[in-house]
Structure formats: structure tokens, C-alpha cells
Design a protein around this ligand. Structure first.
Ligand SMILES: [Zn+2]
Ligand SMILES: [Zn+2]
Length: 327
């Protein structure tokens, strides 16, 4: 139960409604995310990724009892910071619960059955450990995620008068979820990043372009059927219902334009092209590079694979060995 008034909470974030506080990471930084705190008889926070060392969550937890955490999905930028609230009930979609049990599980889940080169695997482990160390954590286990409970689509989490509705929106990750608050009419859509410059992201092998397309359509339908005051996402600014709808349609166009670009590139090469050749065109990251470079190179290739799968399903291309060719 909250021990303080909404007034004193406003110094830690933006009050989007009298009982809803949006907490942003202290500095925009890679692998951090917004947290959304709902307070009623009990409190619930969506994601703990706003915590970097010296972030607001720690200070906030000293004046508010945070009873529940709902993780929108398992990605590190949404769960890091959970160690700040060790004695809190934690929830995640049922598909993603085991991914949180260990660093090994986390990667097994990301990779699915894909064979990852030992060297690349080592690099990913190092990268994750780097982010944990940034938060002052020496091991994955210190995130305190052993007791996470699983939830399903449509579950309502009751924290008083406020009854938060979980909406399963797979695609970005298999168990990615949004949350709707019928009291404030705020809709949280997690990493469906409609208001940032970087388009839809489906760069792990367990992402799913076709599911993502369906989830965008489901959100559009949900918005059209419900009162919506604000649409909040995990890494960028909140938007109104009208703007949200425009941005969601734009999001769908990203899927289509990426598919078209990849199809056009394949069409121009009568002898066929490898997926690596397509990824080298950087249709997703537009020539920008990450540091270290293997991160976006890997994600670019997975995005391409997702579109190849779609083009194959639509009988627009065929694979001959490792070459993609227009039919
Ligand atoms: Zn994510
Ligand atoms: Zn994220």
C-alpha cells in the first residue's frame, strides 16, 4: 500500500493520471526502459527497466510499498532493476517464465533451436554480464527472478478499484504483453515502439513478424473499441488515441516497405542472393552501426530472415540452396 500522496510521487516521474506514474530512466541510455506505476489499495509497477544505478526506482521504493511487478516481456532492458524490489510479487506471460530462471535459459529462449557459433554465444554472454555489472550485479541470480508467476492473456490484476487487464501482444517476443487500465483509460503497449524513429523490432530468433502484424491489428481494434486517454510505450513518448492510430498504421507500413525492399533486391538479382547479402544492404538499420558491431549485424540478419519467411509463405520467392530467388 502506498505510504505517500500522489503529490510527493510526482518528483519521480510524470503523473499521467491521479493514480498512474510514468517513470523514465534517469538518462536515456541503451538497455533501459520506462516503468509505469499504478497505485491504489495495492501498487503495481510495469517493468523495472527505468532503474540504472542511482535511478528513481530505489528512492521511490523507500516511500512506496511496491507490491507487484508485471514484466511486459523478458528482455533484459525491462527486467533489470527487479533486484531493487526483491520481496515483490512478480508476473510475466506464461511463455516467458522459464527464460528468467538463468542466463543460460535466457539465451536458450532467445535463440530457440538456432545453432549459434560458440564465439558469438560468448560475445552475447559477455554483453549481458556487462549490463548486469552496470547495475552492480555480479550474477543473473541477483535479479531475484526465481519466484515469478505466470499469467495468460485477458487476466485481470486487481490492486483495488483499479483492475489492470493483461493483453497478450506477441511478435516482438513470444510472450510480449500490453496492459490496459479501464480507470485511467491508459493503454501500455510495451515494445510496440510506435512513437520512436526506429520501426518495429523483431530481431531475436524467437521474434515473429507474422504474430507482430496480428498484434498491431489487435491493438488498432482494441483502441477503436475502448476509451483511450493515452498510449504509453516502453522507450519513447506517450501519444493520444488519434495520434496512436496514425502511428500504428505507419507501423504496419514499415513491415510492408521492408518486405518490398527485400523483394525488390532479390528481384534485381536473377542468379539469387544469400541472406547475408541482403542483410549487408542494411534495410533495417539503414547503414547505422552498433558498437560492438556484431549486435546489429546479428539483428539485421534475423529481421531479413523474418521477411524471407513471409515472402516464401506468399510464394513470391523460393530458396535454392542458400540462395533466395524471385519466382
Ligand atoms: Zn523488448
Ligand atoms: Zn525494450
Amino acid at each position: 500500500m502506498a505510504r505517500t500522496s500522489s503529490h510527493s510521487l510526482s518528483r519521480y516521474g510524470n503523473l499521467l493520471a491521479p493514480h498512474v506514474l510514468l517513470i523514465r530512466p534517469p538518462k536515456k541510455n541503451i538497455l533501459t526502459s520506462n516503468s509505469l506505476l499504478f497505485f491504489d489499495e495495492k501498487t503495481l509497477i510495469i517493468d523495472t527497466g527505468s532503474q540504472r544505478q542511482y535511478g528513481h526506482l530505489k528512492a521511490l521504493s523507500k516511500i512506496v510499498d511496491i507490491d507487484n511487478i508485471f514484466f511486459s516481456h523478458y528482455h533484459i532492458d525491462h527486467i533489470v532493476g527487479s533486484h531493487i524490489l526483491p520481496n515483490t510479487k512478480k508476473y510475466i506471460h506464461e511463455l516467458e517464465k522459464t527464460a528468467l530462471h538463468s542466463l543460460e535459459n535466457y539465451f536458450l529462449y532467445c535463440y530457440q533451436n538456432r545453432n549459434i557459433l560458440q564465439e558469438l554465444k560468448g560475445k552475447w554472454f559477455q554483453r549481458l554480464m556487462f549490463f548486469l555489472k552496470r547495475e552492480g550485479l555480479s550474477t543473473w541470480e541477483r535479479l531475484n527472478l526465481g519466484n515469478v508467476q505466470s499469467v495468460q492473456n485477458g487476466v485481470k490484476i486487481n490492486i483495488g478499484v483499479t483492475e489492470l487487464q493483461v493483453i497478450h501482444l506477441p511478435g516482438h517476443s513470444p510472450g510480449h504483453c500490453g496492459v490496459y487500465d479501464p480507470l485511467s483509460h491508459i493503454l501500455f503497449i510495451g515494445d510496440m515502439e510506435i512513437s520512436s524513429n526506429f520501426g518495429p523490432w523483431y530481431g531475436w530468433p524467437n521474434s515473429d513478424l507474422s504474430a507482430f502484424r496480428k498484434s498491431v491489428s489487435a491493438v488498432i481494434e482494441f483502441i477503436q473499441k475502448h476509451d483511450i486517454s493515452l498510449i504509453v510505450s516502453s522507450h519513447s513518448r506517450e501519444v493520444t488515441k488519434v495520434e496512436g492510430l496514425i502511428l500504428l498504421y505507419r507501423f504496419t507500413n514499415f513491415f510492408d516497405s521492408r518486405s518490398q525492399q527485400i523483394f525488390d533486391y532479390i528481384s534485381c538479382h536473377k542468379n539469387g542472393v544469400t541472406l547475408k547479402q541482403i542483410a549487408d544492404q542494411s534495410f533495417i538499420y539503414k547503414g547505422k552501426e552498433s558498437n560492438p558491431s556484431f549486435v546489429w549485424e546479428f539483428f539485421e540478419l534475423i529481421h531479413v530472415e523474418q521477411h524471407i519467411k513471409e515472402l516464401l509463405n506468399h510464394n513470391q520467392i523460393q530458396m535454392e540452396g542458400n540462395l533466395a530467388r524471385k519466382i
